[in-house]
Design a protein. Structure first.
Length: 335
């Protein structure tokens, strides 16, 4: 499926200097895509800071509110039956119908951020990036035997809320990188800019399966529990070539593959090398960029594999703030 969206990105510059510093700061933000896009550091220029990020939650069918209402309704009927009250047919029929309708519905979300700066303590040409990205998904799984359990509660009391076996299942992966980035001069790569990122990765793999009646407000996605934490090292490399007025960049992420287990499944999330392309050119009102995944991003549990493509227009609205208008497609995704 494909979904457009608009994003606003804030870019902060720790300087009130001349436009050269502004251009360097904008290029520093672009380097969040590839270390080969890192700017040239002027000896007398001030420290630069670039910040970019976005968050998106997709809940087109109001899954999050519907499943919460359904959980409250199921708990209410279960509590009444457990206390010795016979349930009425229309009550159980209504709950069964809603559970069947909600079966397989989902909510998904994505978030990413990047903070890049050239701290004075770093060797010349080196930059530090703290960045992260995460994806999560949740769905409802209806147990057909719950229909018999609820119908029985209209003839005999004693149904306990925990007797219902329909479940809510969530999964997610978050990766936070602390990277040292540098653009290198390589003699045999004349005409190209080459860059590399050396990353420490903090990885959270989240899986949760709970009965419908156990779901309460604001507890569906909680990475502080039902999660496994992992620590890893990895490398990104990028190449940039100037072609007419375009900067064409290829970046290969996560050269070192790894597998990171979750709390429930035997096979965990697999980190694999991932290739992306990016093209950018300046405009009178800012800059235009086009990007796309050449290889799929790996999925995990209810988080699907996907391939992203996008286009964005960056325009300055303040000496310290850029606006970014973007359109992005997510293919092979449940979004």
């Amino acid at each position: 499926m494909k979904h457009p969206f608009i994003i606003l990105v804030t870019c902060i510059r720790l300087s009130t200097q001349v436009p050269v510093a502004i251009a360097q700061q904008a290029q520093l933000v672009a380097a969040a895509f590839s270390p080969s896009l890192l700017p040239d550091k002027q000896s007398d220029s001030p420290p630069l800071l670039g910040i970019t990020g976005r968050v998106r939650i997709t809940d087109n069918d109001r899954f999050l509110s519907e499943v919460l209402d359904l959980a409250e309704q199921a708990r209410g009927l279960g509590d009444r039956s457990e206390s010795g009250v016979l349930l009425l047919d229309f009550e159980t029929d209504s709950l069964i119908a809603e559970m069947k309708e909600l079966d397989g519905q989902f909510a998904t979300g994505r978030a990413n951020f990047a903070v890049l700066f050239d701290a004075p303590l770093l060797p010349e040409g080196w930059h530090l990036c703290a960045c992260g990205q995460g994806r999560f998904a949740g769905t409802f799984v209806y147990d057909p035997e719950d229909e018999q359990r609820l119908q029985l509660a209209t003839m005999t009391a004693g149904l306990m809320p925990a007797d219902l076996e329909s479940t809510i299942e969530t999964a997610g992966v978050a990766v936070i990188d602390l990277a040292l980035m540098k653009r290198f001069n390589v003699n045999w790569l004349k005409g190209f800019n080459f860059g590399a990122s050396f990353k420490y990765q903090y990885i959270i793999v989240h899986e949760r399966k709970l009965r419908l009646v156990e779901h309460e407000d604001d507890d569906l996605f909680d990475p502080s529990r039902d999660s496994n934490e992992h620590h890893f090292g990895n490398i990104d490399i990028g190449l940039t070539k100037k072609w007419a007025s375009w900067d064409i960049t290829a970046v290969l992420r996560n050269l070192i593959p790894g597998e990171f287990d979750g709390p429930l499944t035997d096979s965990g999330w697999q980190s694999r090398p991932h290739l992306e392309l990016h093209a950018q050119r300046p405009l009178s009102i800012g800059s235009l960029s086009i990007s796309g995944d050449i290889t799929e991003r790996t999925g995990f549990s209810h988080v699907p594999k996907e391939r992203r493509t996008g286009i964005k227009l960056v325009s300055p609205i303040h000496p310290k703030i850029n606006s970014i208008l973007g359109y992005k497609n997510y293919d092979n995704s449940i979004m």
